[in-house]
Design a protein around this ligand. Structure first.
Ligand code: S5P
Length: 488
């Protein structure tokens, strides 16, 4: 353990040296999560073992918060490293604190934000280190979803890689105690670091900046998902619509262009009235409404008639998520007949590729003449699913061979550069996480900007929101902004 410190206020220079001495900041060669090799590694988790450092860091964060022009009523630390920092500030300055849950174990029943707050209350986000700004933004978005206002964030160390600009573009002002450059200066002056070490870090910072809005590193190295933008030409929706021969994909892309929306709502409610009411409210924000008619307890053909009327009123297409997975002759009957008569009203349905191309041929026999289309499930969002690697590649090939009827995929990232094929991604929420049954969530930016998909499919992020129309508006905005970021 470190030697006890006197209780006098520690200068920022001394604090930086202490952080270096306890190895909260290390220099060398470190492989980051993204695969990039970094000459500096900053991990402030260790400071919980040094209470005097913890207290000093939180005092500096508090001082920085006094520069906020907006008054805040509470604090929220970004989990986990900043939780003890926020706690120290809260107890010392009698400032109420909120905790953001990182894992929504029992999604839908558990609160994402713990603590008491008033709707519209303003909260300050507290963080240890900011690189791209995405962790601060995630916590801010979780707070905003709970109707808590966030205008400012404080951070001990800004790595100067574009985080402050990115947060600014999201309406959040970042107040930092120290920058990485300042830290380097102090460590050089105190002879902890040599000139060449400092130069390596400075070069690294300069070459690894994040773009505000898109979150894409400018040098594009390392992270495979980041490379999609550079790997192919990005077409806008209108151009892609003109390249489509299938009338359904053409119409869907035209709707996306007109409504500025790449949002599909998954209307997974169990009564017809509830679904219709939800769809009427979120209709202006979506390009597609996805249904599971077999979970409706009171289904009658009247439901599909009313849904079709809403589709005309709000200009969206209907996608029945039936996930056909049988031999051709069986799916032909399932699609055209039974009590649901899916092919009569759903513009789009989907199928697993596991039975082979017979499943497409069966569906096509019914759907083609009715101007319907199908998407294939190439990848899934659930933990441990088997749709990956060769299976996903074979699914893409199958789609390309039946491009008169198959218009795209359910997937987790872009699988082909063919601009006429649409990529639709479920497992989307404004913050990353899981539910208790293996569903995994990623954010609209991750789906559209980083992974190059086209459509975000959002279920409970909207259906369980207090105000589904407002939630849909937020997802529409986030999805469309992520689309525009590809052109920067
Ligand atoms: O891999 C998949 C494929 C689909 S179609 N993962 C999914 O979650 N889905 C569907 O998307 C799922 O059936 C549900 O209707 C929706 C996701 O809902 P959420 O509430 O988890 O957003």
């Amino acid at each position: 353990m470190a030697a006890p410190m006197n209780n006098m206020r520690m200068s920022l220079e001394d604090l930086i040296i202490r952080l270096y001495d306890v190895q909260a900041v290390k220099f060398g060669t470190f492989k980051l999560k993204s695969g990039i090799e970094s000459p500096v590694y900053i991990d402030l988790r260790v400071i919980v073992s040094y209470p005097e450092i913890l207290v000093r860091v939180s005092e500096y964060l508090w001082d920085a918060s006094q520069n906020c022009s907006n008054n805040f009523k509470s604090l929220c630390g970004v989990p986990y490293t900043a939780l003890p920092l926020a706690t120290c500030i809260a107890t010392k300055h009698h400032m109420p604190m909120l905790i953001r849950r990182k894992e929504a174990k029992d999604y839908g029943t558990k609160r994402m934000i713990e603590g008491h707050y008033e709707p519209g209350e303003r909260c300050l986000v507290v963080e240890d280190v900011v690189t791209s700004g995405s962790s601060v933004l995630e916590t801010a978005q979780a707070l905003k979803t709970a109707d808590i206002d966030v205008r400012d964030a404080v951070v001990l160390l800004d790595r100067e890689q574009g985080g402050a600009q990115m947060l600014k573009s999201e309406g959040i002002h970042l107040h930092s105690v120290c920058t990485l450059s300042k830290m380097l200066d102090v460590l050089q002056t105190s002879e902890r670091l040599s000139g060449p070490d400092i130069e390596r870090v400075r070069e690294f910072i300069a070459e690894n900046k994040f773009n505000a809005m898109s979150g894409i590193k400018r040098n594009g190295s390392g992270d495979t998902h980041c490379s999609h933008k550079k790997a192919k030409k990005v077409h806008n929706y209108a151009d892609r619509a003109s390249l489509c021969t299938n009338p359904v994909s053409k119409q869907l892309l035209q709707i996306m262009e007109t409504k500025k929306s790449n949002l599909a709502v998954s209307a997974d409610l169990t009564s017809c009235g509830e679904v219709l009411e939800l769809v009427n409210r979120v209709g202006p924000h979506v390009c597609l409404v996805k249904t599971h008619v077999d979970i409706l307890e009171d289904f009658t053909p009247e439901f599909t008639k009313r849904l079709t009327e809403l589709a005309q009123k709000h200009n969206f297409l209907i996608f029945e998520d039936r996930k056909f997975a049988d031999i051709g002759s069986t799916v032909l009957n399932q699609y055209s007949g039974g009590m649901y008569r899916i092919s009569d009203w759903a513009n789009i349905t989907n199928a697993h590729s596991v039975p082979g191309e017979g499943v497409i041929q069966g569906l096509k026999q019914v759907g083609l003449s009715k101007n319907r289309a199908c998407v294939l499930i190439a990848e899934m969002s659930s933990t441990g699913n088997l749709a990956k690697g060769d299976y996903s590649s074979a699914t893409v090939k199958m789609a390309e061979e039946h491009s008169d009827f198959v218009i795209g995929f359910i997937c987790q990232s872009r699988l082909t550069s063919d601009p006429s094929l649409l990529h639709m991604t479920p497992g989307v929420q404004l913050t990353e996480g899981q539910d208790s049954l293996g569903q995994n969530y990623i954010t609209p930016t991750e789906v559209i900007t980083n992974r190059g998909s086209d459509i975000i499919i959002v279920g409970r992020g909207i259906t369980k929101a207090t105000d589904p129309a407002e939630a849909a508006r937020q997802y529409q905005e986030a999805g469309y902004r992520a689309y525009l970021a590809q052109f920067e």
